[in-house]
Design a protein around this ligand. Structure first.
Ligand SMILES: Nc1ncnc2c1ncn2[C@@H]1O[C@H](COP(=O)(O)OP(=O)(O)OP(=O)(O)O)[C@@H](O)[C@H]1O
Length: 618
């Protein structure tokens, strides 16, 4: 921001013009004939209106001059011009609709979705102010493309207005003042629209909240809890509250806009009336012809139509700002993100030394305190590292930093001495195998759900079968009606899986990559029963050791069940975002009143009370 409104406005106009130029190129590529028609038709309509008015004046003057043949020719010309105007008007709306639909659905919407889904990092999905913008962009393609053709419509409306005013000027130069009256509705309408845009942006948050509450109420997963807890009424009340909050502001803004619009039209009508009175007066005292009067009435009536069309298109352009602004923001954000992630150093073929965290800190945007602070530790190549700590202690944040999903605010992460920031993000990610507690559920076939863990091999059935074995999911596949080819996700007509089965699918997906340098397992077994959990951890340990020998891979496991990670080479205990202890299970349990030792003992006692062996491997 420069702080100078004029400069901001110029910059904004420039950005809009550039966007429209791009959309014009898209339109031309997608449908050249339809695109050309968007210029030819309005030009033809402007010509038809002015030609018709001139022909009508000629016809009336010829009649008065007792020249019937000239009057007939002029009347036919006026009729033809009127008919051409009607045909072109009908063509105009149809062709524009088809063109806008094509470019919006086939070019712009996919471009927006691609930008959102391929953006590096997670901030745009997790920050509420970013989410508000993304909410506005859902299927916004139509409105954005419409703005181009509305701008084009404004241009032609101005052209038509200019020609008409020139015609009126030939009758009486005072009639040129009608231009000022014609501009008033445009200007007032603009003011009203600005109020609407401001209100829509200001109420994006409650609209998103009410949508979220609606999704919550209609989602089968949360539906169970809502019914048991009896919170249905409360959710409905809050949804209505959010809706009410948004709608109050939006209705108020629309009321203000309607006030501006009505005032604008009233002023225009007053000017129009005065113009007609002037021409009638001129005709009455003999300084003008009857043809002039007909021309003035015809043109002034058409002028009203042109102004109305101009206002309509201007409204479209102005209200498109609601989605154009977030779209331009998204493009800038993607560009800035690309520049920021322009690292080019390839990931090492294998880890020789390991991963070092040097005073790493991270604070979520808008958070009051840091999620991680001053974390310094070395994760040796080939080691299995466990992250433990209470809820919210920073474990997942650390995992995300290692996956380059966030960048540290302070300190740095080194991979074999190379700053992670300098490693090419995509290349680094292809060397990571990861499972998160909130795993993805893709509505595709089971095999594909697993295969996407290593995109180049997503249809490699042998590789998929091996990954399924690694995740101990062979029994699951055997029970599926079509094995690997079973369509998943009941909401899309497929077979649904239980929470634990989805988690096993995610584990199999994470087993697809053949030579990872880093395994990230963020509570990979939270939805599984204890025996499956232990089995999976044992299997993962075995896999980690194998991969460690091949590539020096580091495994980072987050687990709340301490007994499963006792075999880790290094256990890191986090507390309020700080690393408070690091060592092996034996070393940490030897610290009297140590954090790990205390938490471990408490968990072990709880298991013993429930009749389960406490830390059987201890
Ligand atoms: N997207 C986010 N925006 C703002 N704050 C966040 C976000 N994600 C996590 N936090 C905060 O950061 C801190 C660390 O969260 P983190 O998820 O890393 O903890 P954790 O140890 O993995 O917790 P859990 O065991 O519950 O998964 C918490 O205080 C949490 O509230």
């Amino acid at each position: 921001m420069t702080g100078r409104p004029g400069t901001d406005r110029t910059g904004s106009i420039r950005r809009y013009l550039l966007l429209w130029a791009e959309l014009l190129v898209d339109s031309w590529r997608r449908a050249p004939v339809l695109t050309a028609m968007q210029f030819v038709i309005p030009a033809g309509m402007a010509a038809a209106v002015t030609g018709g008015a001139l022909a009508l004046r000629a016809a009336v003057d010829a009649l008065i001059a007792a020249d019937p043949p000239a009057a007939v020719v002029a009347a036919i010309a006026a009729g033809l011009a009127g008919a051409a105007g009607i045909v072109l008007g009908a063509l105009d709306s149809h062709t524009a609709g088809i063109l806008i639909g094509k470019v919006a659905v086939l070019d712009l919407n996919p471009r927006i979705h691609r930008a959102i889904t391929t953006l590096d990092g997670l901030e745009h999905l997790e920050r509420t102010d970013f989410q508000d913008r993304l909410t506005l962009l859902r299927n916004a393609g139509w409105e954005i493309v419409l703005s181009l053709w509305s701008a084009n419509g404004v241009l032609f409306a101005v052209l038509e207005l200019t020609v008409m005013l020139l015609l009126l000027g030939t009758v009486n130069p005072w009639l040129l003042c009608l231009l000022a009256f014609a501009a008033v509705p445009l200007w007032f309408d603009q003011r009203g629209n600005n109020a609407v845009i401001r209100a829509d942006l200001a109420t994006a948050e409650p609209i998103r909240r009410q949508r979220h509450l609606f999704d919550l109420a209609t989602d089968p997963a949360s539906g169970k809890e809502i019914r048991v807890a009896g919170t249905g009424d409360e959710i409905a009340r809050r949804q209505a509250g959010a809706w009410d909050e948004a709608m109050r502001q939006r209705f108020r803004a629309r009321l203000v806009a309607a006030g501006w619009r009505t005032t604008g039209w009233l002023l225009f009508t007053a000017g129009f009336g005065a113009a007609l009175a002037l021409v009638v007066h001129q005709a009455a005292n003999g300084t003008g012809s009857a043809g002039d009067l007909v021309l003035a009435v015809t043109v002034a009536a058409a002028l009203r139509q042109s102004v109305s069309t101009g206002v309509h298109y201007t409204t479209n352009v102005a209200s498109a700002g609601r989605v154009i602004e977030p779209y331009l923001w998204l493009r800038d954000y993607v560009r800035a993100n690309r520049d920021r992630t322009g690292a080019t150093t390839p990931a090492p073929a294998r880890l020789a030394h390991g991963i070092t965290l040097d005073r790493v800190g991270y604070r979520y945007p808008g958070a009051t305190g840091p999620a991680l602070a001053e974390v310094s530790v070395h994760l040796p190549a080939g080691s299995v590292v466990a992250l433990v700590g209470e809820y919210g202690s920073g474990k997942t944040t650390l995992v995300k930093l290692l996956g380059k999903l966030y960048r540290p605010d302070s300190g740095r992460i080194l991979v074999d001495g190379i700053p992670l920031d300098e490693l090419e993000t995509a290349a680094w990610r292809t060397r990571i195998s990861a499972t998160f507690q909130d795993f993805g559920r893709f509505p595709t076939r089971f095999g594909e759900n697993v295969g996407v863990g290593d995109l180049p091999h997503r249809t490699d059935r042998e590789r998929i079968a091996a990954a399924v074995r690694e995740a101990d999911a062979t029994g699951l596949v055997d029970r599926l009606p079509d094995g690997l080819d079973t369509e998943l996700d009941a909401s899309f007509g497929g077979t649904d899986l239980s929470e634990g089965q989805w988690q096993k699918t995610a584990l199999a997906r994470a087993a697809m990559r053949p030579r990872p340098l880093l395994f990230l397992l963020d509570e990979p077994t939270a939805s599984l029963d204890a025996p499956s959990e232990q089995e999976i951890f044992d299997r993962q340990m075995e896999r980690s050791r194998r991969r460690a020998a091949e590539t020096g891979a580091v495994t980072v496991i987050v687990s709340h069940r301490f007994s499963t990670v006792t075999g880790a080479d290094l256990i890191l205990t986090l507390h309020h975002g700080r690393l408070v202890e690091a060592g092996s299970h034996r070393e940490l349990t030897a610290i009297p009143d140590g954090r790990y030792a205390t938490l471990y003992r408490m968990q072990a006692e709880a298991y013993t009370r429930r009749g389960r062996p406490a830390g059987a491997d201890d």
